[in-house]
Design a protein around this ligand. Structure first.
Ligand code: F6P
Length: 374
């Protein structure tokens, strides 16, 4: 990982663009604010591109002034809009005769729009899909600096993405609330969390809320182990069980439950349904009354927690430092407590999953949390 102290300022930028791509998350506006204020402080104009790469293809952009980013630090979502379906290199334009989707490479269209508007560099705020989409634009000669966002915290190359801490906090509060109602009614409550194929969100919220069973995609579960754990708790006088289940959790040798397939999207699979399935199975097998809750997009909404506001501001500032120094195609990252940057392509099309020997799993097991595997 490179450090900012090793470099000197060389670039003489006049105008940059900024876009937010992929699923939204709390803290996007905080990054936009940091980028715009820093840029304008250094005499650089900022053009906001609407709805991620879709706005770049459709040439929908607007200048961003300090007034436009004033008072947005604490606001969730993104003032620019986002889109998690568009990769300019593989843009769906209809169907082939055999029914398959017909794609067109619109990289040149994007480069032309940037060129005409004299945008010299781009800050792309997003996850792995956004970093992949940025690659051809970078290859086409427009410097792209990435800022890592996602509630899933699964971006390769960085220990943390902004948005994650807020999602953990929202999910923890939800689990806490479910806890009291589960205890009153002596039920098993299964709570489904987002995270795609990574269990970071469920693991952290599950530990924070003291969930009795935590199911993450990285550790395949055995339904018998889960049912036995619920029954054992009942026998010990704990007449309720809280299960925090990742949307991507799956049984040993089984498959993830897919809620929908959006074939026009470069990342077409949407997971969901595990909580209902588990709740039904557990009730059938143990005869303990069970209910389920799907937290869904609530985890992505609302105001960012302090940690995400701080991180987003640091990331935005670091992105601007890289641009001003003329560093090409970097991704801002945080490793440990140190800010740095890596090649933007390092994060493209990869996912950072929870390792089985992660210390938080060991800590959770040490307080008798069951991961459904043993
Ligand atoms: O990547 C963020 C995320 O919220 C995932 O946790 C979830 O699987 C997915 O996006 C949901 O996508 P959509 O907003 O398209 O339903």
């Amino acid at each position: 990982m490179a450090s900012i102290n090793d470099r000197v300022s060389v670039a003489n930028l006049k105008r940059i663009g900024v876009l937010t791509g992929g699923g939204d998350c709390p803290g996007l506006n905080a990054v936009i604010r940091a980028v715009v204020k820093d840029a304008i402080n250094h005499g650089i104009e900022v053009i906001g591109i609407e709805d991620g790469f879709l706005g770049l293809i459709e040439d929908r952009m607007r200048p961003l002034k300090v007034e436009d980013v004033s008072n947005i630090l604490t606001i969730g979502g993104t003032i620019l809009g986002s889109n998690n379906k568009t990769n300019p290199q593989k843009y769906p334009v209809g169907r082939n005769d055999d029914g398959s989707i017909k794609y067109k490479d619109l990289t040149e269209v994007c480069l032309t729009h940037l060129n005409v508007r004299k945008i010299e560099a781009l800050v792309v705020i997003g996850g792995d899909g956004t970093m992949s989409a940025a690659k051809p634009i970078a290859d086409g000669g427009v410097n792209c600096v990435g800022v890592p966002k996602t509630i899933d915290n699964d971006l390769y190359g960085t220990d943390i993405t902004f948005g994650f801490q807020t999602a953990v906090s929202i999910a923890t509060e939800a689990l806490d609330r479910v806890h009291t109602t589960a205890a009153s009614h002596h039920r098993v409550m299964v709570v489904e969390l987002m995270g795609r194929n990574a269990g970071w969100l469920t693991l952290n919220a599950g530990v924070a809320a003291g969930a009795d069973i935590i199911l993450i995609p990285e550790i395949e579960f055995d339904l018998d182990v889960i049912c036995n754990s619920c029954l054992e708790r009942s026998q010990r006088g704990k007449r309720f069980t809280i299960i925090a289940a990742s949307e991507g959790a799956k049984p040993k040798g089984g498959a993830q439950i897919v809620e929908r397939v959006d074939e026009m999207s470069p990342d077409p699979i949407r997971l969901g349904g595990i909580a209902k399935w588990l709740s039904d199975e557990i009730e059938k097998r143990t005869e303990i009354e069970s209910r389920y809750v799907v937290l869904g997009h609530v985890q992505r909404g609302g105001t960012p927690v302090a940690g995400d506001r701080v991180l987003a501001t640091q990331f935005g500032h670091h992105a601007m430092e890289l641009l001003k120094m003329g560093m090409k195609n970097r991704l801002v990252v945080m490793r440990g407590r140190e800010l740095g940057d890596v090649e933007i392509t390092a994060a493209a099309d990869k996912q950072r999953l929870v390792p089985h020997d992660h210390e938080l799993i060991a800590a959770a097991r040490s307080v008798y949390t069951c991961f459904g595997d043993r």
